[in-house]
Design a protein around this ligand. Structure first.
Ligand SMILES: Nc1ncnc2c1ncn2[C@@H]1O[C@H](COP(=O)(O)OP(=O)(O)OP(=O)(O)O)[C@@H](O)[C@H]1O
Ligand SMILES: O=c1ccn([C@@H]2O[C@H](COP(=O)(O)O)[C@@H](O)[C@H]2O)c(=O)[nH]1
Length: 506
């Protein structure tokens, strides 16, 4: 952006303006009138007055032209500069107008004027007038010259916003009260369009959100999970495509502006104002696209925020509890549930329940567990999603999952949920083996043969997952070899931010 604007600033469109030759002629005639008309002294005063009136008319016309030029400077975005020029452009006309009035007054009051001759007074008036008008014209020309060598940035945005912000200074207050320039109006119009566009996007977003809302007060959301996730994915894809399109259109606009920039360089030589108008239009177009682009980025961020860590219309907090078999995950999860109000979802327990339910996957799952192998991701993820949706809670401990990289990636892709952190129970194999053999819960995999296989799977497949989250700074490691209460003391420190808030009842 700065580049384009800078480009424009390097090639200002105005050329240096000289006072018209006619004005100078009239001024010289006016000054030399008393000598030219020596043969007819009575003609001097009326002639001086009438030539001054002509000069006044011409300055008026000339002022119109200057004001038009000042407007162009303002349209280019140099608001502060144009404000300065605006006052200077009016000074020559004001000077000549006041002197003409003075001259007419002298003429009218002729019989009362005794100190100096009328002709002398008129000449003094006209010399003062021409000197002042000349000075002001010079000042204007000097400013134009300064403008042409100006290398600053247009201050249009400042001017736009300053007009909308009340100020204490008198100058700013006047500006605040003054009518907005056309350029400001145009920019405001664009802002309005963008606001309109954004509100449409917000409506769309609200519509998307409403799909995630629960439709009754019951515990089961009415939205079909698969449909919900699929539509959310589709929305994300559509939005990304739209953003890419806008981005390419933005590039196109930028390309055009660059092209026009070089044409504007030509304008400086040829003084072709039409191309400047084109540049101004392109600049505005680019502004529009930029605003739209950023609006879309914000929208995309919102969508991603909505999509992430959301399930059945609620934002969820998920903690993965990982560690070797027998490291004490289940034992500590029970404590966390009691103290911190989490819902405990053990992937192993869900799989065992699935076997018991007599599902078609039952035999496959049972065989995998006996072999200490990892059940396919889609089976486990489906069970976890269903369990999460069924529960009212929004804080979940997912125990013993993900067990490998594939589990992890599939879960994040399908659910768009990433864990707040990973609680890792670190324990030696000897200690874990001792605990598992002493667990005595009748589990088919708590035998030395399967235990060895489970250890192998843990080292080969599950440890890389922990390493992955560690690289993301998400792992909170616990020394699980300590006695149960001591381990829980460490766990409590980690979960302190999740402690339920104390409510005071009066
Ligand atoms: N810190 C501890 N010290 C001693 N024994 C413990 C400790 N933590 C748990 N145990 C015991 O070890 C056995 C295994 O514990 P637990 O079921 O919690 O482990 P786990 O990590 O969930 O195992 P798995 O992954 O096989 O489900 C249990 O009998 C439990 O009482
Ligand atoms: O995500 C998972 C979780 C578990 N399994 C299988 O179940 C057993 C027992 O799991 P525990 O967590 O020890 O209760 C495990 O050895 C795996 O075979 C799984 O495949 N995927």
């Amino acid at each position: 952006m700065a580049h384009e604007r800078g480009g424009a600033a390097r090639h200002p469109p105005l050329r240096r303006h000289q006072p018209p030759r006619r004005t100078r002629c009239l001024a010289s005639v006016a000054i030399s009138a008393p000598w030219i008309f020596l043969f007819a002294p009575d003609m001097i005063s009326p002639l001086l007055c009438s030539s001054n009136v002509i000069l006044l008319v011409l300055t008026g016309i000339f002022q119109q032209y200057w004001v038009h030029q000042v407007r162009k400077v303002r349209l280019q975005g140099y608001y502060v500069f144009s404000q300065k020029l605006k006052h200077i452009a009016r000074l020559p006309f004001a000077t000549i107008a006041s002197r003409t009035a003075l001259m007419l007054l002298i003429m009218v009051c002729q019989p009362l004027v005794h100190i100096l001759s009328v002709s002398l007074l008129l000449r003094i008036a006209i010399v003062v007038e021409v000197t002042c008008a000349g000075c002001f014209m010079g000042l204007y020309i000097w400013h134009i010259h300064r403008y042409n060598s100006l290398d600053g940035q247009p201050d249009i945005l400042r001017s736009l916003y300053s007009a909308l912000q009340p100020s204490n200074t008198f100058e700013d207050q006047r500006y605040y009260d003054a009518r907005l320039s056309e350029q400001q109006m145009a920019l405001l119009q664009y802002q309005r369009e963008n606001i309109h566009y954004l509100s449409e996007e917000v409506l769309r977003l609200q519509e998307c959100l409403s799909k995630y809302q629960r439709t009754d007060a019951g515990t089961t959301p009415q939205v079909d999970l698969a449909h919900l996730l699929a539509s959310r994915d589709q929305e994300l894809r559509a939005l990304t495509a739209e953003m890419n399109q806008v981005h390419s259109e933005l590039q196109l606009a930028r390309g055009l502006i660059d092209e026009k920039d070089s044409e504007i360089q030509h304008i400086r030589v040829s003084n072709n104002q039409d191309n400047f108008e084109l540049w101004a239009q392109l600049w505005m177009l680019q502004q529009l696209w930029l605003r739209r682009y950023f609006a879309l980025l914000i929208y995309l961020k919102l969508i991603i925020e909505v999509a992430e860590n959301t399930l059945g219309g609620k934002k969820v907090t998920v903690v993965f509890v990982l560690g070797g078999p027998g490291s004490g995950k289940g034992t500590q999860c029970a404590n966390i549930v009691e103290h911190f109000g989490f819902t405990h979802l053990s992937a192993g327990d869900l799989l065992r329940a699935e076997i018991k339910s007599g599902s078609e996957n039952g035999t496959m799952i049972e065989n995998m567990i006996k072999e200490g192998k990892i059940v396919p991701s889609e089976v486990t993820i489906k069970l976890l999603q269903e369990a999460m949706i069924k529960k009212e809670n929004d804080k979940f401990l997912i125990d013993g999952f993900p067990r490998n990289e594939e589990n992890r990636a599939a879960f994040e892709n399908v659910t768009k949920i990433s864990p707040a952190f990973v609680l890792f129970f670190d324990c030696s194999e000897e200690e874990m083996e001792r605990r598992l053999l002493g667990r005595n819960q009748g589990r088919v995999d708590d035998n030395i043969e399967t235990i060895k296989k489970r250890f192998k799977t843990f080292v080969e497949s599950s440890l890389p997952v922990i390493e992955y989250y560690n690289s993301k700074d998400k792992v909170k490691k616990i020394d699980a070899a300590k006695p149960i209460p001591e381990v829980f003391e460490d766990v409590k420190t980690i979960f302190a931010p999740y402690a339920p808030k104390v409510v005071f009842h009066i």
